[in-house]
Design a protein around this ligand. Structure first.
Ligand SMILES: [Zn+2]
Length: 382
């Protein structure tokens, strides 16, 4: 009898092993069923416009299986993009609270939470998280970029400048034109002229082609009637940032007139035109000439680069030269119409995002890039 029982032992062991396997399979199946049930319910809430309940379900789901990390991250980002920042904050905060996350996953979730805070205007919270992230020697470029966005949003230019100083050499070089704008912002906010001058010099040290700093130097020099300094600033713009020269017109003529250096003014305009074709500069040069010569030059310009502005000025010149009063009136009427059309059209456009405007912004209100809003080129523009 005892031998028989011994013979049955392997069968009992095999049965035990089988039952154990079966129960694990049933557990897995149950867990998977509950997972899909929660997912299904969550999706249902999302589709039936009950996003709060959907968020609750998805958070519940995370407690069951932390492998759904990517799905939660994407869902949070989706809510943020839809402007529902409170929901994306809840999702990302819950992700961070999971002890099972790897270090890399936790950093990713923290980055997304910082972006949520940034989108919600909670800059101090975003800064706190991002400062923590950039402390890590292997931090991502994204963490640097977002922290810089925080300082730009809060207009903390010194913090932004010091942050960039800590970046790697290549990144510092890439951001130099932007840092030049941070110095120009400091100059704009300063009441002391001495400080302003220092900030513009710092800006030019970062980016010797910073048209904004030269334009500001030119403006202050004109205001203080330091006309030779104003001419020096104009020379720098012509040489290093000719795309901004049109912004100095028509005021650019005054320093040359005041210092009896009229010929140099026309020479400077010629130099700018060689570097940067512009209807505004062409018309300013035409102003320095006799009417017939001016007409010839505008015609030549129109053949090379047709612009409404050039056409408008040519019509005015023709009207002035007309003997018949009725023809002159008709042409003046047409010229006024073209003039109105020119004034209605936006003068500037961001070359990054296409944001149009009638005034010059150094910081694009739409895409937040620096120095990318320029005069529109082509038929309607410059
Ligand atoms: Zn833009």
């Amino acid at each position: 009898m005892l031998e028989l029982l011994f013979l049955l032992l392997p069968i009992a062991a095999a049965y035990g092993w089988y039952m154990g396997k079966r129960s694990t399979r049933i557990n897995q199946q149950r867990s998977s069923e509950s997972l899909s049930k929660n997912y299904f319910e969550g999706l249902n809430f999302l589709l039936s416009d009950q996003p709060d309940k959907a968020v609750d379900r998805f958070i519940e789901l995370l407690q069951v299986d932390s492998e759904t990390f990517d799905t939660h991250l994407s869902l949070g980002n989706l809510f943020r993009k839809r402007g529902e920042v409170d929901r994306s904050i809840r999702i990302h905060q819950n992700l961070i609270a999971r002890p099972s996350l790897s270090l890399a996953q936790k950093d990713m979730a923290m980055m997304e939470l910082a972006k949520d805070y940034l989108a919600a205007g909670l800059f101090d919270r975003a800064e706190e998280i991002l400062l923590q992230l950039v402390k890590d020697p292997d931090h991502s470029d994204e963490a640097e970029k977002q922290l810089l966005s925080v300082y730009q949003a809060t207009k903390e230019w010194w913090k932004a400048i010091h942050l960039v100083k800590r970046f790697k050499r290549a990144r510092r070089k890439q951001l130099a034109p932007q840092v030049a704008h941070f110095y120009c912002q400091l100059a704009q906010e300063s009441k002391s002229e001495k400080e302003q001058q220092d900030f513009w010099l710092q800006a030019l040290k970062q980016d010797e082609c910073c048209g904004r700093a030269y334009l500001a130097q030119f403006d202050l020099a004109c205001e203080q009637r330091r006309f030779n300094d104003a001419i020096t600033a104009l020379g720098s713009i012509a040489q290093l940032a000719p795309e901004w020269f049109a912004e100095t017109l028509p005021r650019a003529q005054q320093p040359f007139t005041e210092t009896q250096r009229r010929d140099e003014y026309a020479e400077l305009l010629q130099l700018v035109l060689e570097k940067q074709p512009s209807a505004t500069v062409t018309l300013a040069l035409a102003e320095t000439m006799a009417p017939e010569q001016a007409e010839q030059m505008i015609l030549a310009h129109l053949k090379r680069q047709p612009t409404m502005k050039g056409f408008h000025r040519l019509m005015q010149l023709h009207a002035d030269a007309m003997a018949s009063e009725s023809s002159r009136d008709s042409l003046m009427l047409l010229s006024d119409l073209v003039g109105k059309q020119i004034r209605l059209r936006p003068k500037y456009r961001c070359i990054q995002c296409g944001f149009p405007g009638h005034s010059l912004y150094w910081h694009c209100p739409s895409c937040k890039s620096w120095g990318q809003i320029q005069r529109i080129q082509g038929l309607d523009g410059d």
